[in-house]
Design a protein around this ligand. Structure first.
Ligand SMILES: Nc1ncnc2c1ncn2[C@@H]1O[C@H](COP(=O)(O)OP(=O)(O)OP(=O)(O)O)[C@@H](O)[C@H]1O
Ligand SMILES: [Mg+2]
Length: 340
């Protein structure tokens, strides 16, 4: 990469209060052009409000927002180079698929032949050729989702905002659409801001992830950063399941006296543990067969921890085994607190 990166979205200490509710509370954010950026966090943590601030449906109570280096405060939604795919799709039920997709172009005064050509192009991007004349009620959930996506893409925004776009789909369709969105992102080179409360989805799809809690961003980083190097206990527990050890417990597991994360997959059992830096005896408390793995509850040093054993490693409860992990698997974090 030779040219310096361009910032698509900038938040400086942005706050949005609703009465006494601090929906967004002092957020700093920088999303680069072309990034696939995920906003991940529990319900009510401020993700949708952040998207609405970018789209212009909300104004900040305090702070500053820029979109492609242009001040966004006071700029109407239709003056921003941004489009949104809403969770409920918000399609017009009485209009055909083609008219739904072409609607935004019609409002902008684009001629009928032009807008129909562009709407057909957008429909082919999402692989919905031949469905032009149907109405939303005659489509499956996944197809409706694609229409909503085509409608947001038709006027080629520079930033596409996606608010839990796959939330209504069943698992298989959801996985197909995840692939589809990644393909579209690569193909179009747009900036995607993708809201989800599904950590697996955020980790597998995004270039970078911002983890939200109570109106604040508690960590931003690559999926590997967020998963392997959580800075706080909240992130360790929210992003994947982790064994969080207290400052008292950590030294007995070979760590230092800090809040420490030890991922279940890092704890090896039996002969696999022999090559590890740290080895301990453990008691098997319970095992759950999960297809590819066996989720295994162990008692180590009087503390129950989860481990992931291969499916072939069936262990009966009450048995004593040797367990082990690498020194590097112990990850020290900041302490407890309301926002961490
Ligand atoms: N218009 C509003 N008036 C009052 N409170 C609001 C309004 N919009 C959002 N809130 C509150 O702000 C907080 C953040 O809401 P937001 O919709 O941004 O959360 P979210 O992270 O998108 O949650 P979810 O995952 O459930 O969609 C919540 O406590 C919510 O109740
Ligand atoms: Mg939301």
């Amino acid at each position: 990469m030779t040219s310096p990166s361009t910032t698509a979205v900038l938040f400086q200490n942005v706050t949005r209060h609703f009465g006494t509710v601090r929906a967004v509370d002092g957020v700093d954010l920088k999303i680069e052009q072309g990034e696939f950026f995920a906003m991940l966090g529990p319900s009510g943590s401020g993700k949708t409000t952040c998207l609405r601030l970018i789209a212009g449906f909300e104004q900040p109570t305090a702070g500053h927002i820029e979109i492609f280096n242009e001040t966004a405060e006071g700029l109407a939604p239709n003056r921003r180079d941004v489009n949104t795919v809403f969770q409920d799709y918000a399609l017009f039920p009485h209009m055909t698929v083609l008219d739904n997709v072409a609607y935004g172009l019609m409002v902008r005064g684009v001629s009928r032949p032009d807008r129909e050509r562009r709407a057909r192009e957008a429909l082919s991007l999402v692989r919905l050729e031949g469905m032009d004349a149907r109405r939303p009620a005659q489509l499956s959930g996944g197809q409706r989702q694609r229409v909503a996506l085509a409608r947001a893409l038709v006027n080629r925004p520079k930033v596409l905002l996606l608010d839990e776009p796959l939330g209504a789909l069943d698992l298989k369709l959801r996985e197909d659409m995840q692939e589809e969105l990644r393909r579209l992102h690569k193909q179009l080179g747009l900036t995607f801001v993708f809201v989800t409360h599904d950590q697996g989805e955020a980790l597998s799809m995004a270039d970078r992830v911002a983890v939200f809690n109570q109106g604040r961003i508690v960590q931003v980083g690559t999926p590997e950063d967020i998963y392997q190097r959580p800075t706080t206990r909240f992130v360790a527990e929210f992003v994947g399941s982790s064994n969080v050890l207290t400052p008292d417990e950590a030294p007995r597991f070979g760590g230092v006296s800090h809040w420490t994360s030890l991922r279940p997959e890092a704890i090896l059992i039996g002969s696999a543990a022999e090559a590890m830096d740290i080895r301990q005896p453990a008691e098997v408390v319970d095992q759950q067969f999960q297809g590819a793995m066996r989720k295994t509850l162990l008692k180590i040093n009087g503390r129950e921890v989860w481990s992931l054993a291969p499916a072939a490693q069936a262990l009966e409860a009450g048995r004593t085994v040797t367990v082990g992990w690498a020194q590097g698997a112990l990850h020290a974090m900041k302490g407890e607190g309301a926002h961490v």
